[in-house]
Structures are given as structure tokens and as C-alpha cells.
Design a protein around this ligand. Structure first.
Ligand code: SF4
Ligand code: SF4
Length: 521
């Protein structure tokens, strides 16, 4: 008998659904409580219908959705707390019935598929909205859409209505990514290209992972002058490009690769690790006492750093842990998965558009024949070496734009330059898909054509729900011919897939050779 049901990420059991325990380590009680929390949020949206919910309800909506994303919160007590707060807020708004959680994943296969796709997209957008919110940016249209979307999940809709909702959501998520881009760039400046060392200097250090730049900023402030160096990990790497973060001399470099290697990589360091968001894997005994979580991240028995009412955090405990552990006695040169010793980042929209003339001239002169956006999440499946091979085999007159943690498959490779521009340009985190969209739109304008007519192909890797919301945004923009891998989502039914293939020409990845041939002819 099944103890739980979850099929929201790429590593779901048997490519169909985790029913006994999550492959990610999520226990059945947590999975079921997350379903209850989701259904309580539908209840909250019902209670808020026709009213103006307050700040507390808005915060709970974002935090609770964020907490149900893959590899974010494994702590059943924290999910219980959120459920209680949501129930109390619902009563404040006059009360309403929750959605029946046993029904969440049940019904006509295609309707479940479309409803799940919308829910998972909304979960992803909640993470982006939350990052913007902690930097003081909020947009009423985006906030209201959380209620609209959650309300819609509890209602009956035809297939066409669900598809329309998904496209509308994609446009709202574009606004949300734009809001986060504005929050990040107005707070920390526009990223500029920077070479990030993978050398760990001797002495105490802290590794910061996840996506939240505000947590990193607060930690940098609190460690300044204390003889502790800070290293980014995984999705925090693009932080090095932001002027207001890279000005800290003790933000030294990057440790490790993508999230799925953390149990090995974190076991090897004499330093604490701060998780600001996903992707948290169950910490092994050998290093669990060095792991700290903050914000919506949680794991049973792992020390959590709370925030005060004004969003400030006190990192004293992790600072003391770093001093106690002391770091390595000598500098340590580490490498990426291909043996490279430094990583480049900082090619966000401002930088790339700043050299647009050069890029356009290179295309016109035939020096650049094609652009690939090879981006998205990394993961544990062996088939993901497709992305390394794809980049290695991409012809020398092509440019690879990248973002999110899937880039660790190739971001330590040196594949040369074209006209002074590196052939691999890291645009940032997954949310910086916004930058990629801006660049593609600008190129389309310059060449007076549609984005689909540009010599540009998106080769995406997905893992969790932020990738779902980005994909829906790309589809809502009418972007076609996307290559998607390493496997297709379990929550997409065969009929829904047929619609996506017919309307958007989505291609499952095959082999790098075959796909490069098909793309370049
Ligand atoms: S998040 Fe992924 S691995 Fe974890 S329980 Fe859900 S489908 Fe399974
Ligand atoms: S890009 Fe996706 S898989 Fe990678 S760390 Fe971020 S959330 Fe996790």
C-alpha cells in the first residue's frame, strides 16, 4: 500500500512517483503533511476570495509553497507550524473548506497532469517571489496570482481552460523573475564577469549554498574582519559577479560542484555549511553537526538560524563553528568535474547586452553560427553527462549561454573564445533565465525577427519545480523547439505531452551527436 505520493521532481521513483519514501529522503509523514499544507493553502485562497488578504497571509502563502519544493524542508514540525499558521490566517479571513488532500493527485490522468503542472509551477514561483520579498520588492499582481492559482487548483476546468491558466501563469512568472532581477540588481548592482577560484585558502571558512543573496550579504557583513573566508557552493556561485557582494575581500571563491555531490563534498571539509534554500540532501552523520539551515529550509535535528521580525539573522553560531573547526592548515587547490581550477560567471543581461554590437557583428560576419542556452538543474542521474558532451562537441563557431546548477557539468572547461568573448557565458542562477530571455529578445529585435527565427536553441535540464515555472514562462512566450532532459516529467501525461509537442515542438534529448546534427543540420 502506498504511504505517500509525490512525483514533483526528476528523480521520482521509477519515473512515476515516490510512494514509500522519497528518493530525496522525504519521509511519508512529511510528504503527507506537505500535501495537507498545499490543500490548506487552497482553503486560504478560498477564504481570501473577494477580500484583500494582509501581509501575514501573503507571507504564509509564499513561505508555505516554497517549503514544499524538492529538497527544501524535511522537518515535519516546521510543516506543522506552517499548517497551524495557515489555518489561523484562514479563520481571520472568515474561514473556508480546505481542498481534500486525498484528492490532490487523483482524477482523470490529463486533468491531474495539468493541475499538477500548475501547482508545481506556482511552488517554483513562490521561491522567486520570496527572494524578491526579502529585498523589499513585492508586486500586487504577482501576489494576487498565488491566490488565483491556488483557488483554480480546487476548481473544475476543461483541458483548454487548464492550458490557458498555464500560459497565463507563465506570463506572471516572467513578471516575478523580472521583479527578482530588479531586486537583485538594485540592491547589489549589475553582475560583471569575474573568474572565481576553486582554491580554498588556509584558515577558517564557511560554505554558503542555495539561492538567497540576502543571506550571503548578511553573513559577509557579520564575518568581515574575523579571519573567516566565505566560499559559495552550487547556485550561490553567481554572487561573485555582483559589485555589492564581490567588494568583500573575504568572499574568496567557490567550493564544490552541484548539489547532488554534497554528501561527499561536505564530508571532506573542516568547515560549516549554510543552506539558504534547496537543494539540501539528508546530511550524513559525519558532517551533520556542521550543517546550518535558514529561511524556509529545514531538516530534523539540524541547527536552524531564524530571522527576526525585520528579516535580520544572527549568524554567531555558524561563525563560532567556523572558528572552532579552523579550516585547513594549508591552501587547497580543488577542481571542477573536468579538472578546471576556476569558474567564470557574471554574464547577466547587462554585460551581454553591453557587448551586443560585438555579438551582432560576429553573427553577421559568420564568426558565431549558433547560440545554445544549455541550462537548468543538475541531478544525480548518469544520463546528465549528455550536457558535458553536448558542450564539448558544440562546434567552435557556437556560443554556449548557461545558468543554474546544471552548468557544473561543463563550467570548468576552457573551450576558447570568439572575438574576445568566452564561448561559455554563465548568466547566473535559474531565476536569471530572465536575463537569457532579455538577451534573446534584444537579438531578435536587432535581427528584426522572431525569437524562434534566431540561431538559438534551448537545451534544458530540469530537476525541480523552479525549472517547471521557467519552462512555462518560455512556452508562454511562444518559444519552440526546446530540447528537454534528462527525462520528461512524470506529471506530464502522454496526452498533455502530445499537446506540448504539437504546439511547442518540445523534443526530449537523445544523444549530443544526434541533437547537434538535428539543430545545426
Ligand atoms: S521531491 Fe522528488 S524524490 Fe522527493 S518525494 Fe517528491 S518526487 Fe520523490
Ligand atoms: S538549479 Fe534547481 S537543482 Fe540546482 S540547486 Fe537550484 S533548485 Fe536545486
Amino acid at each position: 500500500m502506498s504511504k505517500m505520493f509525490c512525483f514533483q521532481c526528476e528523480q521520482t521513483a521509477g519515473c512515476s512517483g515516490c510512494t514509500k519514501v522519497g528518493i530525496c529522503g522525504k519521509q511519508p509523514d512529511v510528504a503527507n503533511k506537505q500535501d495537507e499544507l498545499t490543500c490548506a493553502l487552497i482553503g486560504l485562497a478560498r477564504a481570501a476570495s473577494g477580500k484583500t488578504p494582509g501581509k501575514k497571509a501573503d507571507e504564509l502563502m509564499m513561505q508555505s509553497l516554497f517549503a514544499t519544493i524538492t529538497n527544501v524542508n524535511f522537518d515535519s514540525n516546521r510543516i506543522d507550524e506552517l499548517k497551524e499558521l495557515v489555518a489561523a490566517e484562514k479563520e481571520t479571513l472568515g474561514g473556508a473548506e480546505d481542498f481534500l488532500w486525498e484528492e490532490l493527485w487523483k482524477g482523470n490522468e490529463d486533468i491531474v497532469s495539468l493541475r499538477s503542472t500548475l501547482l508545481l509551477g506556482i511552488r517554483g514561483m513562490a521561491a522567486y517571489a520570496y527572494h524578491a520579498y526579502v529585498l523589499g520588492k513585492k508586486d500586487s499582481e504577482i501576489t494576487s496570482w498565488f491566490y488565483k492559482g491556488m483557488l483554480a487548483l480546487g476548481e473544475e476546468h476543461s483541458i483548454d481552460e487548464w492550458l490557458n491558466l498555464l500560459m497565463e501563469f507563465g506570463q506572471i512568472n516572467l513578471k516575478c523573475m523580472a521583479l527578482l532581477d530588479e531586486a537583485n540588481t538594485s540592491t547589489y548592482g549589475h553582475p560583471t564577469p569575474v573568474k572565481v577560484p576553486m582554491k580554498i585558502e588556509k584558515g577558517p571558512f564557511i560554505v554558503v549554498t542555495g539561492h538567497d543573496l540576502y543571506d550571503l550579504k548578511q553573513l559577509l557583513e557579520q564575518t568581515e574582519g574575523k579571519g573567516i573566508n566565505i566560499y559559495t557552493h552550487s547556485e550561490m556561485l553567481p554572487a561573485h559577479g555582483y559589485p555589492e557582494l564581490k567588494k568583500y575581500a573575504h568572499l574568496k571563491g567557490n567550493y564544490g560542484t552541484a548539489w547532488q555531490n554534497q554528501q561527499k563534498e561536505f564530508a571532506e571539509i573542516p568547515a560549516p555549511i549554510l543552506f539558504t534554500t534547496n537543494c539540501l540532501m539528508p546530511p550524513k552523520v559525519g558532517y551533520a553537526d556542521r550543517v546550518f539551515t535558514t529561511a524556509v529550509v529545514g531538516y530534523p535535528e539540524i541547527q536552524h538560524i531564524p530571522e527576526s521580525k525585520d528579516g535580520k539573522k544572527d549568524f554567531t553560531d555558524i561563525i563560532n563553528k567556523a572558528l572552532e573547526l579552523g579550516g585547513w592548515k594549508e591552501d587547497k587547490q580543488l577542481t571542477g568535474i573536468n579538472g578546471g581550477t576556476e569558474l567564470m560567471t557574471g554574464f547577466a543581461r547587462n554585460t551581454v547586452l553591453g557587448v551586443a554590437d560585438k555579438v551582432i557583428d560576429a553573427v553577421k560576419a559568420g564568426a558565431i553560427k549558433h547560440f545554445f542556452l544549455v541550462g537548468g538543474c543538475d541531478g544525480a542521474k548518469t544520463g546528465r553527462n549528455y550536457y558535458t558532451k553536448f558542450v564539448k562537441q558544440a562546434p567552435k563557431d557556437t556560443v554556449v549561454l548557461t545558468l543554474a546548477c546544471g552548468k557544473y557539468r561543463f563550467n570548468d572547461l576552457d573551450i576558447g573564445e570568439i572575438g574576445g568573448l568566452p564561448r561559455i557565458m554563465d548568466m547566473g542562477q535559474c531565476n536569471d533565465a530572465y536575463s537569457a530571455i532579455q538577451v534573446a529578445s534584444a537579438l531578435a529585435n536587432a535581427f528584426d525577427c522572431d525569437i524562434n527565427e534566431l540561431p538559438l536553441t534551448l537545451v534544458l535540464s530540469w530537476y525541480e519545480q523552479k525549472a517547471v515555472c521557467i519552462l512555462l514562462t518560455l512556452l508562454s512566450l511562444g518559444i519552440k523547439n526546446i530540447y528537454l532532459g534528462p527525462t520528461l516529467p512524470a506529471f506530464i501525461s502522454s496526452n498533455v505531452l502530445d499537446v506540448l509537442v504539437e504546439k511547442f515542438d518540445i523534443n526530449p534529448i537523445s544523444s549530443p551527436e544526434e541533437d547537434l546534427n538535428a539543430i545545426l543540420g
